[in-house]
Design a protein around this ligand. Sequence first.
Ligand code: GDP
Ligand code: CA
Length: 324
Amino acid sequence: MTILKVTVLSGGVGGARFTRGLLSLLGHRGQVTVIANTGDDMWLHGVRVCPDLDTLMYTLGGAVHEEQGWGRRDESSRTSDDLAAYGLGWEWFTLGDLDLATHLARTALLREGLPLSQVTARLAERWSPGVTLLPMTDDEVETHVVVADGQEMQEMHFEEWWVRHRAALPAVRFVQTNLATAAPAPGVLAAIADADVVVVPPSNPVVSVGTILAIPGIRDALRTTSAPVVGVSPVIGGAPVRGMADACLTAIGVETSAVAVARHYGRRPDGVLDAWLVDDRDADAAETLRSEGWLAGAAPTLMTDVPTTARIAADALALVGALP
Ligand code: GDP
Ligand code: CA
């Protein structure tokens, strides 16, 4: 049996759901590495919170709050409520009690001096996610949003803009802190170079995948890997399926359409993709891209359940002839 090595560049909910389907499709025929966005990470109440890593860990480990898409199922918020009674924290960002245990464990290990990649591996041992889970970088790179507040410019953490303001404040630009000195985490570049296929799942193209691509070295690794790179559109019928990714696209001047997101990623060798799977409602987008030389296909891409998502993963791999 040949083993297909698949590397996925993931944000939180979209990337995690896709990866769960991919694992269901491949079973023992696949060896999957996930490179996760850590631009949403932040210090809160003195603990390090890594939303996308945790969504991946909980989703792939069978512990996620399924309807919500992130956080633990059977969660409570007694600790957060009690902290609020001290007037501490941000009332708009609840840390669940069980989730808090993850952050405490992570912070304890970071305080012992372990890099985030090793801490992530330690935490993942408990959940057996079935993938090698890598943060994009061990460095503290955070996505901030510059918003126009009247005549003034204001910079805030991405999560504050996203969760507190529901992305309603017009974003002027996104900034990644510490980017110039950041390096890919150990194993990240090799996972791209040595893969049989690289997948960009339906994750936020700006603040999830875009942030991963901004880490020095990662974009070049995608351009030069011998593996085909296939993406799945996070935009269906001109709208993001869940969340407010359109606000992020608008801020960087990209239209919210399956074609525009593909062109934004670009085709190799200048861009990072070889192929793009769009929803069957956007079949004309696939047609347009094919006329521009892309490998493009159209199929249902709504990740309603695991078998349906496995089918989406199969369609993506088939586009680049990588379906085992
Ligand atoms: P986040 O970090 O939790 O925001 O998650 P991601 O960045 O991984 O993914 C969020 C994006 O996934 C959203 O902006 C949606 O556009 C996309 N998405 C979510 N669910 C689906 C789905 O069922 N199908 C498709 N095609 N895209 C989806
Ligand atoms: Ca995220």
